[in-house]
Design a protein around this ligand. Sequence first.
Ligand code: IMO
Ligand code: MG
Length: 407
Amino acid sequence: MKAVVFGLQWGDEGKGKITTYLSREYDIVVRYSGGSNAGHTVEYGDVKIIHHLIPSLHLNSSVKGYIGPGVVIDVEVFMKELEELRSIDPVVDEKIRVSSLSHIVLPLHKEIDGKLEDMKGEARVGTTRRGIGPAYADKANRLGIRAGDFRNLERLIEKLELISRISEKLYGTTPMNSRELIQKYEVISRYVLDPIDMKRDIENSRVLFEGTQGVLLDLDVGTYPYVTSGHCNTTGVWVGIGFPVKLDKYIGVFKAYTTRVGEGPFPTEVMGSEAEELRNRGKEFGATTGRPRRCGWLDLPLLRYAVEVSGCTEMIMTKADVLNGISEVKVCVGYRYNGRILDVPPNLDVLDDVKPMYETLKGWKDLDDPNFHEFVEYVSKMVGVTMSHVSTGPRVDDIEIWSGDDD
Ligand code: IMO
Ligand code: MG
C-alpha cells in the first residue's frame, strides 16, 4: 500500500496531523518536497510538536521517516528538530534517513532569499526567508551541495568554495568559511542513505508520502509567481524520490475555510473583523514564521481545480470545529469572469479578475449537528470526491472516519 497526503489549498491544511494519524498503518513516511518552510503542527495530548523537516511519523511507534532528493535540508533546523523529538522518542534518530541526493540549504541561500524579497519590494512573494527558492535554484544551476557530499570532505571544500565565490559575485553574499560550515553540518552524513537502498526500502514497504505546502503553491500549477519553489503537488512524489512509484490513494487535505500566508491572489479573502474572527478561532498564525495568516471562506472552484490537477481520490476536511457556533457559513460556489460563470478556473491567472459567488449555509453548534453533516455532504458532492475522514479537533486522534449516511 502506498498513499500520498497533500494539501489542496495554500498550505497549513493540517497535513502533519493527518499524516501522523495515518502513519501507524504504514512502515515509512517519506517527505518528497519543500524544506524548513513547512510547519506541520502535531499535538499528542498536551505535547505539541512542529515538524519542519522530519517526516510526521507517529512518535514512539515503529514507523520510519525518510527524506527524499526533492527536499532541501537546513541542517541546523534538522538537528534541532531531532533533538526536540528525541525527548519524546529516544530512538527517533535510528528511524530517520536522508537521501544522499537531497540538497542542503546553505546560509548564503537564506541571505539571497532575503535580498531578493527586499529587491522585489511590492512584488515580493512573501517567502518564509528560509532559503528555499535559492537552494532549488542552485540545484538547477548545478552548484548545489548534497547530503552525500559530506562523505567526501576534500571534494566538498572545492564545491563549497565554488558556490561561495559565485554567489558572492552575483548576489554580494557573505563569503563562507567552508571548514566551519563542515564542522557544523557534517553530522548529516550519519543519516545518509544511498538512492538504491532508499528505493528498495520504499518498494518493499507500506509507504505514506507526506506533502508540504499545497497544490496552489506548486511551482507549476500554483498561483505563480506567488508559489514556493518545490513540486508540492502529488506529481512531486516521483520527482521528489527520484523514481516512479504506483500510488493507491491520493489523500487531499483541506480546511473548512481558507488561509494563505504571503502574497498572491485570494478570491474569497475577508478583511477586518470577519478576518479577525476566523484568525482567532483557528489560531491562524504561521507555524514557521509566526505571521498572521490571511483568512477567507472555502473556495469550491479552487478546490475543484486542485482536485483535477492532483488526481485526488479522497478528501479529509480539517478545522471545521473552529467554526462551531457560527450562525452562517459562506462557501464560494463559482466565479463571475468576463460575463461568464466558471465552476473551475481554467488557469490561475484568472484569479486576479474573478468575482466570487457565494452560497450561505446554516452553521453548526458542534460536529454532531445535522447542519454540519449537510455541509460535509454538500462540499463532497460539489467537488465530486468522497470524504474519507473529518478532523474534529487539534490532537492526532481527534478524527472520525466519515460515513455519509450516519445522520
Ligand atoms: P506547510 O507545509 C503555508 C508560502 C510562503 C510564501 C510562499 C513561498 O506548513 O503547509 P517559500 O519560503 O516557500 O519560498 O515561500 O509559500 N509557504 C507556505 N504557506 N504553508 C506552508 O507549508 C508554506 N511553505 C511556504 O508563505 O507565500
Ligand atoms: Mg503549516
